[in-house]
Every structure is written in structure tokens, then in C-alpha cells.
Design a protein around this ligand. Sequence first.
Ligand code: PLP
Length: 341
Amino acid sequence: MEKQNLDWANIGFGYRKTDYRYVSNYKNGAWDEGALTTEDTITLTECACVFQYAQTCFEGLKAYTTENGHIVAFRPDLNADRMENTAKRLEMPAFPKERFVEAVTQVVAANASFVPPYGSGASLYVRPFLFGTDAVLGVKPSTEFQFRVFTSPVGPYFQGGARPITIRVSDFDRAAPHGTGHIKAGLNYAMSLHAIVDAHNQGFDENLYLDAATRTYVEETGGANFIFVTKDNTVVTPKSDSILPSITRRSLLYVAEHYLGLKTEERPVPFTEVNDFAECGLCGTAAVVSPVGKIVDHGREICLPSGMEKMGPITQKLYDTLTGIQMGHIEAPEGWIHVIK
Ligand SMILES: *Cc1c(COP(=O)(O)O)cnc(C)c1O
């Protein structure tokens, strides 16, 4: 198969249209059989629930080429599970798990020419999403829905090495107790847009959100979970009902324990404890781990001992091991690598 003629290392992170997307519609209580299509636009009534009441959710994962030339996706079954949880909380019908994985498989295979070659550092980002399509004026859930999966090639997240970032403690909250922080709902992102623009305007890369109820515990950023490393090399991640369960973070904790023999803890992390950590990283599909060099709390700077030049040593090991597993250099735990073709 001929690859697209793209400058893979420099394609960046924007949306690039590919040839195919997968679409299935839900009506009269059932999903239709679904199909690939080349049609990239959607026409809906102006009163669709997605427009009026933001009844929409999404997932994000990557497909890429391994060292031995296979196109694979990383743990897509967990994205299916997570979207099922999200859909329930938003009164939407879940797209069945096996069909979710099959849809991802089909759409990636159909766009194989857009899957970047091994070694380019680039990947094919896969975006499944689900939204309410029929007209609702009074506040109530849709009765008709669309599930869709599109793809877009994206460049390497770190160009010229991972540069540690500076984040600030936000005065905005991300997620209320007993709210929607634990699901991947579009609404969580709509309300974070102002906070991220404001952070960028003030010269910060990201927001660190504290728990909304007490403002004393670390939660996460707008789109990534935290891992911290203590001075005696324990990997710590915050536990809270309002954190989105990152698949990358769960995978990194498994790697820490089972591949690197490190102690791990998932527990509430008081913000005051951040002073004592040796390393800090943000985990998500896009970057795997993005090192944090500095956390600024209303003018007070907390500088992580790992510094502003490179990842801390444990973060680097975690990153190297997980990306090694993804790329096929290191044997993967059963079921982590879904072979597409
Ligand atoms: C998607 C997301 C993450 C990262 O999850 P991954 O499954 O690792 O990509 C973390 N936090 C939030 C708020 C997210 O929406």
C-alpha cells in the first residue's frame, strides 16, 4: 500500500482529513449496521440535542506502525469501556464494545495510507464520538444518536526532545464532586477553554486543578492525569472520583510495578505534598508522559528537582518502557496491542 506523501515529522497536531470515517446511527432503540463513508460533513437539525444541550462525548486513541511493520492500536477495548461509562452518565446508548473495536479497526485499515511509517514518531489519531441528533427543545435526552469515528495523522508530540513544562494552580475548577469529571464528555472541555486560554495568556502551559470541594488535593490538568515520583522512587498518582481515568496513566502504573519493580500508590495527594516530590509528569494518549518542571501557585514557584532541561530519570524509564511496549521492542502484556493489519 502506497503511503501518503506527507512530511510526517512536521505535520503537527491539527485536523487533516483522511479518506474514510465510520458512521452508525441509532434510531427507534437500535443501532443500524454502520458503514465506512467518505462523507466528512454532518447535516443536522438546528435544534439537535448536541447543539442545544451538549449531549456529546468522545474518545481518543492512536494507531501507529510497529517495528515489524504491523498497524496496531493501543488498548482500544479500554476506550470502548470508558465510552460506555460516559454514555450511561449522559443518557446516551453505548455503542457495543465489540462493534466499537471493530469500527476503529475498519476505519484505521481503510486509512492505512495515512498511518505514519515506523520510526517517524508520528501516528494516526483516532477520534470516536457519540452525540444526540434529533430535535429537543425542552431539556431532555435525544432519542436519536450518531456514533462516528474519524482519523487524522498527527506529528510527533515532542520535537527535539521532551521539554519540561510549567503549569499553574488554577483558580477555576474542572469538575464538581459527584459531577462529570470522571467521564469524557464534551461539556468538560467547553468549560475548560477559558481556563486554558487564560493560562496561556499568563505564560503557563497548562492548569493544575485542585479538588473543587476543598481546594487542597491535586486532581489533574484539563486533559491529562498526574504521576509524581517520590524521592525514594515510589510512583504516586492522585485518586479521586472526579478524575478522568486515563488509559495511559493506568498503563504506566502497571509498567512501574510489573516491568520496573517500582512501588506505586493511587491515593489522595494533598497539594502541600507536591513540594516533596522528585518528578512530575502528565499522562495522556498524545504525549504518553509530558514532564513538568515547574508548578506555580499564585506566584510561589515549586521547581521539581528533575529541572527544566529533561525528563526525570524515573519518568524517562516509564516513558521508554511504555513506548517500547507500544512499538514492539518490549513484550506487551496480554491484550494491550490490537493488531489491525
Ligand atoms: C482523555 C483525558 C485524559 C487522558 O486519557 P488517556 O486515556 O490516557 O488518553 C486525562 N484527563 C482528561 C480530563 C481527559 O479528558
